[in-house]
Design a protein around this ligand. Structure first.
Ligand SMILES: [Zn+2]
Ligand SMILES: [Zn+2]
Length: 466
């Protein structure tokens, strides 16, 4: 799992456009969050990276170098699990595996948690816990995210910052990570999934290889400006929440870098700024907690909010609807004519929603029978599309360029018929029962006729929609 979705390392993020200037009124945008190299997003503007106008430029990523590493909300728990699987002092794995034994990361960390002394250096092995931002526990009063180390009892808990953790994570050897269950399936993935990745793999880590130091943010990736367009509020154009968030982080980072940190006051001020950067970074990334509390400040629409949830990218733009090979209508009770396992399916739809079927010696006769009964829409022959309705006018036999009937190697697009398997999805897809495999039973009605035993699992009440 971890091998497929890897975190980008700081060096990878730093291949983007460097953003290091807070927005200035009326001055050049170069180096700010509105840098023209991040993409052309206004009509007429030309992109500084690819030279294309807004219609063609895909947008380009930038980055902000943070003065100190920060915790990424997505990886906090994983980091605690990693620390719980190794020795904090010598970075050796807590449990040695025997020859041929393989554990995935979750199994390994659960087992390793119980080991209390390092087998290599005899150091005591503490327990680790990740504290989220604004999560106040009995032992701590800070609102900053941190890794908490419990030495022996709850009273001697120590807090680790992202910077402290990064030092340890960097020292973990690749072999140790393999024992922990990281990257163990990378070789397999490279050979099976991506032949190009294999070419790039001359002893170098591939895109599927993850290193835990990438779970801590040293350089913050900045979205292309095309992905955060200005919004109209009344007659005024306002910057997107994300743009404002990036700019705020830039301002804080610039102030932090200016701090000389020679006196205690200056050092405290620096630490405060770093803390605020961490909090702003979390606002930018994580969904705001839904505890009903309103602080009077409008909540930032974070990256997490944009991806997940009902109006998010996944549910609202990607999840199956209006795609090929699907149809949609309301549902109604099928009564006694639709037996369990079948779905009463409108004949009108079945004629349009065709199934591609290659012609072989064993199905040729059956396919020609379908052709005679006008149940085939299209015949594909040598990459040519033959519309059957045009060829077989007035009940004629199918004949194309002097050849009668179908040939082996043709591909027909036939109507859906009785017994064809389909996935039936009742929206909203709330749970696993909302998608079920069923067989087609063509009916005259224009609604999906449900077998009555499916009423409960699909939560159907037949009040008009379903
Ligand atoms: Zn461009
Ligand atoms: Zn050790």
């Amino acid at each position: 799992m971890i091998a497929f979705f890897t975190a980008r390392t700081a060096d990878e993020i730093r291949t983007g456009v460097k953003i290091d200037l807070p927005l200035r009124k009326g001055k050049d945008a170069e180096g700010t969050v509105n840098d023209p190299r991040l993409g052309a997003f206004e009509p007429g503007q030309v992109c500084g990276t690819c030279g294309e106008k807004a219609a063609k430029c895909p947008g380009h990523f930038g980055y902000i170098d943070l003065p100190e590493p920060c915790f990424n909300p997505v990886y906090g728990e994983v980091i605690a699990q990693i620390l719980q699987s190794i020795c904090y002092d010598c970075q050796a794995p807590r449990i040695e595996l025997f020859e041929g034994q393989k554990l995935d990361f979750m199994e390994y960390s659960t087992k390793a948690k119980t080991v209390s002394v390092c087998g290599k250096c005899d150091s005591p092995l503490p327990k680790f816990k990740f504290r989220k931002a604004n999560e106040k526990t009995k032992d701590s009063f800070s609102s900053l995210p941190a890794i908490i180390v419990f030495q022996k009892s709850r009273n001697d808990a120590v807090e680790l910052s992202a910077k402290d953790v990064l030092v340890v994570l960097t020292k973990i050897k690749d072999e140790t990570l393999k024992v922990l269950g990281f990257n163990s399936n990378v070789d397999l993935l490279i050979s099976k999934v991506d032949p190009i990745a294999k070419l790039n793999n001359y002893g170098k880590p591939t895109i599927y290889h993850s290193r835990p130091e990438a779970f801590i943010t040293e350089a913050l990736s900045v979205l292309p400006s095309t992905a955060r367009p200005r919004v109209m509020v009344g007659s005024e154009k306002r910057a997107d929440d994300l743009t404002e968030c990036y700019n705020k982080i830039l301002k804080l980072a610039t102030s932090a870098r200016k701090e000389p940190r020679l006196t205690k006051e200056s050092n405290d001020k620096y630490q405060k700024l770093i803390g605020r950067i961490q909090i702003e970074y979390w606002k930018l990334t994580a969904s705001a907690p839904k505890n009903g509390k309103t602080t009077g400040v409008r909540a930032v629409k974070s990256l997490g909010d944009r991806l997940g949830g009902k109006d998010g990218r996944k549910t609202s733009n990607v999840a199956g609807k209006r795609s090929d090979m699907t149809s949609r209508t309301v549902g109604s009770p099928g009564g006694t004519k639709v037996p369990y396992g079948y779905l009463g399916y409108p004949e009108v739809f079945a004629k349009k929603l065709s199934v591609p079927e290659p012609i072989t010696w064993w199905n040729k006769e059956w396919a020609e029978e379908l052709l005679r009964n006008s149940k085939v829409n299209i015949v594909m022959r040598n990459n040519r599309k033959i519309v059957v309705a045009r060829v077989c006018k007035d009940g004629n036999e199918f004949e194309f360029q002097g050849e009668l009937g179908l040939k082996l190697g043709d591909l027909i697009h036939r109507h859906l018929g009785k017994g064809d398997p389909v996935f039936f999805n009742r929206q909203p897809t709330l749970r696993i029962e909302s998608i079920q495999g069923m067989e087609i039973l063509p009916v005259k009605e224009i609604t999906h006729q449900l077998p009555l035993p499916c009423t409960r699992p699909l939560n159907a009440d037949f009040d008009g929609d379903l």
